[in-house]
Design a protein around this ligand. Structure first.
Ligand code: S3P
Length: 178
């Protein structure tokens, strides 16, 4: 593909924890020669705390406030970037509006079993603590499905795909839309 021909909007990746947003996003950014922005990393840098520490000190609500700021900051960048959003960022209507207004949004999708395998140790994700990780992932995915649908310009199923295949499909969808 001709990456240089692609310009304009941000390429935004949304989807559940373990869907591959960070790994696919970093590879897409390298292919496009664009900055890569991860909203969780922005939140952590601004707070000087890890996501777990923020949840422990300020609860999910405190985290979502910081995440809203991070989404806004990432979307406001005049340089088109590849933006990987934390899995729950789409729950906020203001986030959905900003992402849609400034980016081409790809929903990375996978089954709960595959998500579970990819997230590895659940400790790093406060929402996965306790209980069965696959069950929690399935429940959250069902609750969030319509928010992902509402924000997405394209959906890419990464269940059976390896990293390189997912990157190719995302870049093709993005290039076709620009
Ligand atoms: C969350 C997903 C995490 C992180 C936080 C909450 C969620 O990001 O933002 O633990 O609500 O799904 P990843 O999707 O990058 O794991």
């Amino acid at each position: 593909m001709n990456a240089a021909a692609v310009s304009g909007r941000h390429l935004v990746l949304v989807g559940m924890m373990g869907a591959g947003k960070t790994s696919v996003g970093a590879r897409c950014a390298a292919a496009l020669g664009r900055p890569f922005v991860d909203t969780d990393a922005l939140v952590e840098a601004s707070a000087g705390m890890t996501v777990q520490q923020i949840f422990a000190a300020h609860g999910e609500r405190g985290f979502r406030d910081l995440e809203r700021w991070a989404v806004s900051d990432a979307c406001a960048s005049p340089t088109p970037a590849v933006i990987a959003c934390g899995g729950g960022a789409v729950l906020d209507p203001e986030n959905r509006r900003r992402l849609r207004d400034s980016g081409f949004v790809v929903w990375l999708h996978a089954t709960p079993e595959v998500l579970e395998r990819r997230v590895g140790a659940a400790e790093a994700r406060p929402l996965l603590r306790g209980g069965s990780t696959a069950v929690t992932l399935g429940r959250l995915a069902a609750l969030r499905e319509h928010s992902y649908e509402a924000v997405a310009d394209a959906t890419v199923d990464t269940t059976a795909a390896d990293l390189g295949q997912s990157v190719d499909v995302v870049l093709r969808a993005y290039e076709a839309a620009e």
